[in-house]
Design a protein around this ligand. Structure first.
Ligand code: FAD
Length: 385
């Protein structure tokens, strides 16, 4: 099967944002193609923490029951810890969940297809250009096993849902592309020794802050524990983190994180890694392409809200498009995106900058420990509705 030659809407990328907008548009009767470079299932670097807002989006997409059938881990509390032992614990405003990206992304992609979107894996978009009558022309590389072929799709509207950074951004000359990002991230799944003498992890998401980075630890489905860490690149240069064995490096020293990691054994051989994690601001439209999810702007991972934001932005744009197609609502979308997400994204960046500096993190922890209502207000401020 090959994608259609002409469609109303072409969506590039089938992460939570792309699959959500494709499903929503197809449900409302629109002709939509979803093009994904990878093939599912596949791992992805992520803390795999789904905030309560994410479940609202899944409900809106009509797939909340199917989500629960995947038996995600339930998370009701967060525990923040620093290397010197400071700790605060907060009850989350509502139930959150832990589900691997391997499971979530595959399931959302299947949902988009079930809703009527023409969804293709192994379809990498290489270039987007302006075609006749302002339509967009997508150059797609189709992969089938070892075979590769070039293909062309024309669309009235193109939605870029291809994540935080892509070669398409370079071709589109998006200004953020040339800015250097100092972060790298690693993730791996583990089994846990529940008898170990550390605070229980059940129901919790733990966030450990240290000089130059932080590490999230929480359960996902099937009793597995996901560890995901984001660190400044300088830690690799200084030899403090070995990129081959990042979690062993973090286990060094008698710290709460070291003690937590000592209770975990890898169940996946592979550690996933990514570099270039741009938290700088981006425009939510460029050259006639409308962006959703991380492609429009990324919230710092410590907020644990990126997947929810990806789906929320997708559902919001789907609503706008439904009313206006075949017009491309560029200005409305830029305004809407800024109003909904602008403050949250900036606040997330500030919080991240604060917690990876031990002196500021220490002060912040003491402040939040004394005034838990401030901590709760911060959690709410990084959230949407
Ligand atoms: C270290 C780290 C930890 C995080 N932890 C959390 C967390 O715990 N909770 C949370 O909610 N969020 C977390 N996030 C954020 C979250 O991962 C993102 O916000 C979310 O994945 C954004 O979804 P998306 O659909 O916009 O992009 P993505 O999930 O990145 O999906 C983009 C898709 O587009 C595809 N693609 C890319 N280029 C092309 C192309 N040229 N053609 C076709 N397809 C293409 C990719 O293969 C991918 O499938 C974390 C992020 C990082 C970096």
């Amino acid at each position: 099967m090959r994608p259609p030659r002409r469609v109303e809407v072409a969506v590039i990328g089938a992460g939570p944002a792309g699959s959500a907008i494709a499903a929503a548009l197809a449900t409302s009767g629109r002709d939509v193609v979803l093009l994904e470079r990878d093939t599912f299932p596949r791992h992805k670097v992520c803390g795999e923490f789904l905030s309560p807002e994410a479940t609202r989006c899944l409900d809106e997409l009509g797939c909340l029951q199917a989500f629960h059938e995947r038996k995600p881990a339930v998370i009701t509390r967060s525990r923040l810890r620093t290397a010197d032992g400071a700790q605060i614990e907060l009850k989350l405003p509502a139930k959150a969940y832990g589900l691997s990206r391997k499971c979530l992304d595959e399931f959302l992609f299947a949902n988009a297809r079930d809703c009527g979107a023409q969804a293709f894996e192994g379809a990498a978009v290489r270039k987007v250009e302006v075609g006749r009558r302002q339509q967009r022309r997508l150059h797609v590389e189709l992969r089938d096993g070892d075979d590769r072929s070039d293909y062309m799709v024309e669309a009235d509207v193109v939605v870029g849902a291809y994540g935080r950074r892509s070669r398409i951004d370079r071709r589109l000359k998006r200004p953020f592309f040339d800015k250097h990002s100092p972060y790298v991230a690693f993730k791996r799944h583990h089994y846990i020794d529940r008898s170990a003498d550390v605070p229980p992890l059940e129901d919790h998401v733990e966030l450990h802050a240290f000089d130059g980075g932080y590490c999230g630890v929480s359960f996902v489905e099937q009793g597995r524990v996901n560890i995901c860490t984001m660190v400044e690149r300088r830690l690799l240069r200084d030899g403090r983190i070995d990129p081959e064995e990042p979690f062993q490096s973090l286990q060094r020293g008698d710290t709460p994180l070291g003690r937590r990691l000592a209770t975990l054994k890898p169940c996946d051989v592979e550690t996933c890694a990514v570099a270039q994690i741009p938290l700088s601001t981006k425009a939510s439209t460029h050259n006639g392409v409308l962006f959703v999810g991380d492609a429009a702007g990324m919230i710092a991972p410590l907020a644990g809200d990126g997947q929810a934001m990806a789906m929320e932005s997708a559902l919001t744009l789907a609503g706008l498009l439904h009313d206006r197609l075949p017009r491309v609502p560029r200005r409305q979308w830029s305004r809407e995106w800024r109003q909904r997400f602008g403050v949250r994204v900036r606040l997330g960046s500030w919080l991240q900058a604060a917690i990876i500096r031990p002196a500021i993190a220490g002060l912040l922890m003491r402040l939040l420990g004394r005034f838990p209502s401030v901590a709760r207000a911060l959690v709410v401020a990084t959230r949407g509705r």
